[in-house]
Design a protein around this ligand. Sequence first.
Ligand code: SF4
Length: 415
Amino acid sequence: MKPKVYFKTFGCRTNLFDSQVMMSALKDYDITEDDKDADVIILNSCTVTNGADSSVRSYISQIEKTTQARIYLTGCGAHTKGETLFDSERVFGVFGQSEKAKINSLLKNEERFYTLGDLDFVDDAIVSEFVGKSRAFIKIQEGCNFRCSYCIIPYVRGDSRSLDEKQILKQVEILASNGFGEFILTGTNIGSYGRTNSSSIASLMKKMSLIRGVRRIRLGSLEPIQIDDEFMEILGEPWLERHLHIALQHTSKKMLKLMNRRNKFEDDVKLFNTLSERGFALGTDFIVGHPGESEELWREAMSNISHIPLTHLHAFTYSKRSGTPSASMKPEISGKLSKERLHELESIIDENNFRFREANIEPLDILIESKKDGKYQGFDQFYNKIIIDSDEDITGEWKSIETYTPLKGYNYAKL
Ligand code: SF4
């Protein structure tokens, strides 16, 4: 009987891809989807916020009580929390992202180990499936050359580098031939793709769209300054989702400077309105409560946001990360006030999203991803969630739906 390995993946889609790479690299181990049944537990960690670190710690405390499994730490947290957790013997081994493809031999070590590897490695792993998923995450890039003052990522993922384009296309071909039709391009700063392999994200997507079986391409987060003319030319392509996630992080001019962001509010307004006029649903990242966010700057940000046609939001309150410039900035904003501002922002965008769905007249093109509580669910081309009642099992199917009801937070349809 082979020992069983359980993967606990925290954080972003890049971590989902990395976990799949590790699962595919296991030869002398079986994978279990139940941590209580595991001999080995791999924590593919995130460290983007303090909250992310404490989630990893509390999960370790939980499994220490319920299993005898050997615990290993990898992912971005290996670079920030790995040493402490290793020295306190809460994990048996720590390894960096560059070591993940060696997991089958690493787990055979009888000695405890701590090896972070090379922060600038370029991933060359190919996976043939995505356990439990009906859509495929494709890692195209890693690391980041931006230096936003609140962000720890460049220090744990390294500088930006693109994966080999032939390898990415081969990856897509294999997954498409295994039945995947929807592909999500992921990385740390995917808009930087192509800078180190003389290509571009637009040209990559055009090549992907020619692969048999590729039906829809979705994108992770882009930076406003990365949306160039070449990208604008593919906006009408039928294989491109009708939603883009473009990270603003703030809409106050002074706050953007404090956060060392490269985007400028005036340009952001122009860009988002151009894309909205092309029928795109638009999402963004927004950090609320960064040091220096006075009441005056917050009011400026809320007045400015009314000029940006946002329909989706990924916002969270600022989290101090030791080792970043923002960590020593003053004045700090109280957690209570940050939460109030976060709710104010969320309610504005929720209302925008509802109005967008109400006004939409296009049939919804949906990949049914899963069944939960007897109902099917998936996302349409605008990246809005839909919940469907159907007597037939429609999991994994593509559906075009014209009749549906916009409800709070999602659409509803009965087939
Ligand atoms: S663009 Fe900024 S926020 Fe995003 S990973 Fe790079 S440094 Fe961090």
